[in-house]
Design a protein around this ligand. Structure first.
Ligand SMILES: Nc1ncnc2c1ncn2[C@@H]1O[C@H](COP(=O)(O)OP(=O)(O)OP(=O)(O)O)[C@@H](O)[C@H]1O
Ligand SMILES: CC(C)(CO)[C@@H](O)C(=O)[O-]
Ligand code: BAL
Length: 279
């Protein structure tokens, strides 16, 4: 596996392999969730490029940019095992040189859920993802449904800006006990790791109520909130039932309804979601 650390070298590689590349954008500290995207990428293109870049423009001033876990040696090992051909790990000054001025912003659907609690976050995500698409020129790019809103925003950017590539959304990979895999899980204390299961339990409770015929979003919300409230250390950032396409609020749950939540535990912000009515 090759590691490319400059934008210029990545662009040269992309020119030589146009039409053959699948891209998996990540912020590194890889886990089995990332590996699932890489393994699927290999089925969709002869060359898999995984980017590892902790993108400063998507972090707010008081967020965890500095403490975000990083370990390129470990990432190389996991990426190699998952069949990645190239890791693209640029530096921040190479991606955003002094005097950088250009940003990509998707409106509307970025205003709620994670966009409401992290102002400017999606502007940073769409900017870096647009740059990665331009640098790597992939024919397909893969994203996880754990970041459900991010996937919707990227699909929208690709559609609105006529970007010529396919976007693939991949299922959430979970730990054996149900916790959604996330690089930030490593920042949880042992006690908070145990408490973090309340997110998955809340999803289970919402699913059970929906399967039993409950369609009132107020009632579903009450059920979902009560599971998180049973864990006093857990602080709800948002907990919403939405249309999975527009991400607009619903009063009555439909055949497919997005249940998405963000919860803070000991300073670590975790997200999870499910589509009620789907496995
Ligand atoms: N558990 C998972 N299952 C499937 N895809 C995942 C999972 N976790 C992350 N991904 C996907 O991997 C890609 C890179 O995500 P990222 O590097 O931010 O990892 P992360 O573990 O989500 O980190 P964070 O702690 O920032 O949430 C994104 O498309 C994300 O949706
Ligand atoms: C898509 C992404 C790599 C952009 O920095 C990031 O938001 C992530 O890891 O989900
Ligand atoms: N997986 C989303 C990246 C972030 O939290 O900034």
């Amino acid at each position: 596996m090759r590691v490319i650390q400059t934008v210029a070298e990545m662009q040269q590689f992309a020119r030589e392999h146009r039409g053959q590349i699948a891209l998996v954008p990540t912020m590194g500290y890889l886990h089995a969730g990332h590996a699932s995207l890489m393994i699927e990428a290999k089925k969709r293109a002869p060359i898999v490029v995984a980017s590892v870049f902790v993108n400063p423009t998507q972090f707010g001033v008081n967020e965890d940019l500095d403490s975000y876990p990083r370990d390129l040696e470990r990432d190389k090992q996991i990426a190699t095992e998952a069949g990645v051909d190239v890791i693209f790990a640029p530096t921040a000054p190479d991606m955003y040189p002094k005097g950088y001025l250009t940003y990509v912003n998707v409106e509307g659907i970025t205003g709620h859920l994670c966009g409401a609690s992290r102002p400017g976050h999606f502007r940073g995500v769409t900017t870096v993802v647009a740059k990665l698409f331009n640098i790597v020129a992939p024919k397909v790019a893969l994203f996880g449904k754990k970041d459900f809103q991010q996937l919707a925003v990227i699909r929208r950017m690709v559609r609105d800006l006529n970007m010529d590539l396919e976007i693939v959304g991949m299922p959430i990979v979970r730990e054996a006990d149900g916790l959604a895999m996330s690089s930030r899980n490593t920042k949880l204390s042992a006690e908070d790791r145990r408490k973090a299961l309340c997110l998955y339990r809340s999803i289970g409770a919402a699913r059970t109520a929906f399967a039993a015929g409950e369609r009132s979003v107020a009632k579903l919300r009450e059920t979902a909130v009560s599971v998180i409230a049973a864990e006093p250390a857990a602080e709800i950032d948002y907990l919403e039932f939405r249309d999975p396409d527009s991400l607009e609020p619903l009063e009555t749950a439909e055949a497919r309804t997005l249940y998405a939540l963000a919860v803070r535990l000991g300073g670590v912000r975790l997200i999870d979601n499910c589509i009620l009515g789907e496995e």
